[in-house]
Design a protein around this ligand. Structure first.
Ligand code: UTP
Length: 306
């Protein structure tokens, strides 16, 4: 049975982006001219996941509204004959069947995923973090879903990160030999996971990034997972338990090692890189922006503005 449901946790506090995120959810910050979360819902839709559940909170109403029809705005654009913009605002509402649920309190990503249990039911599903963008030219999720269909269990996305970033991510211990090299990325068997370890204790530099193809078995584990690092209920801890149980004939956990373009829009520098890169590559505004950037850099960048 193909996976059809995507869960997008978007209930985090977004403290790294304050004060911008005091009243505006970080998922609504524009990447060029679309909110970050629209790219994520587009990715789910392109991957065949047409049932999307947003996990939000009281302060994230704008996220829910973005995927709803806006009759007054549509009528105004219609009157003006602005069909191009009309198309663009309508497209966000036709990408998928978008549902939402409130997390109540930000008790961690694991808790946010658990909030989706009743909606998901007893079937495999995908999780896409609402502030993590995967460039559409480097498709990742369809490959993860194919790995899940082949091996069963759960599949997480991994990426090699530089040493100084290891303590910011969940880090994996994997078998040295890949189980498959069929796709664009290598697939490895995961043996252990640890959330945000100090560098000296990190088993590798393979970091968990924001895409997961999960087995519904995760829900029972999450229900009994105590708060971990940062006092939050961590998905990494629940996946660790599944990976360990797999040694006793439980469901396996695999990792797909992504080597494409990814932007963490919850981080200020990564966010700006995403905006600049995607804007420079756009047909309509790219040339003008790139010419200005070249000029700015050639003149000495910040030194010239001093
Ligand atoms: P992050 O740690 O990146 O989000 O969580 P955050 O807590 O909003 O960020 P900072 O560190 O304060 O800036 C990863 C993902 O999990 C979601 C976030 O919205 C983000 O998509 N999340 C996190 C929840 O939905 N609920 C939570 O309780 C925690």
């Amino acid at each position: 049975m193909p996976v059809t449901k995507a869960v997008i946790p978007a209930a985090g506090l977004g403290t790294r982006f304050l004060p911008a995120t005091k009243a505006v959810p970080k998922e609504m910050l524009p990447v060029v001219d679309k909110p970050a979360i629209e790219y994520v819902v587009e990715e789910a839709s392109r991957s065949g996941l047409r049932d999307v559940l947003l996990v939000t909170s009281r302060s994230k109403k704008a996220v829910e509204d973005h995927f709803d029809r806006e009759a007054e705005l549509e009528a105004a654009l219609e009157r003006k004959g602005d069909t191009r913009r009309l198309e663009r605002i309508r497209s966000s509402t036709s990408l998928a069947e978008v549902h939402s649920i409130r997390q109540g309190a930000p008790r961690g990503l694991g808790h946010a995923v658990l909030c989706a249990a009743a909606h998901v039911g007893n079937e495999p599903f995908a999780v896409l973090l609402g502030d993590d963008l995967i460039d559409e030219r480097d498709p990742l999720l369809p490959e993860m879903l194919a790995v899940q269909a082949r091996f069963g269990g759960s599949v997480i996305a991994l990426m090699e990160v530089p040493e100084e970033m290891v303590s910011m991510y969940g880090i994996a211990t994997v078998d040295p030999e890949p189980v498959s090299t069929d796709g664009r990325y290598r697939t490895v068997r995961i043996r252990d996971l640890v959330e945000k370890p100090p560098l000296a204790e990190a088993p590798s530099n393979l970091a968990i990034i924001g895409r997961y193809a999960l087995s519904p078995a995760i829900f029972d584990v999450l229900r009994r997972t105590p708060p971990g690092r940062g006092g939050e209920i961590q998905v990494t801890d629940a996946l660790r338990e599944l990976a360990m149980a797999a040694d006793d004939a439980g469901e396996p956990v695999h990792g797909v090692i992504f080597t494409g373009r990814r932007y963490d829009t919850g981080d200020r520098v990564d966010y700006l890189k995403a905006v600049i890169r995607l804007a420079c590559e756009r047909q309509d505004i790219g040339q003008e922006l790139y010419a200005w950037l070249e000029e700015y850099v050639a003149a000495g960048g910040p030194k010239a503005s001093a």
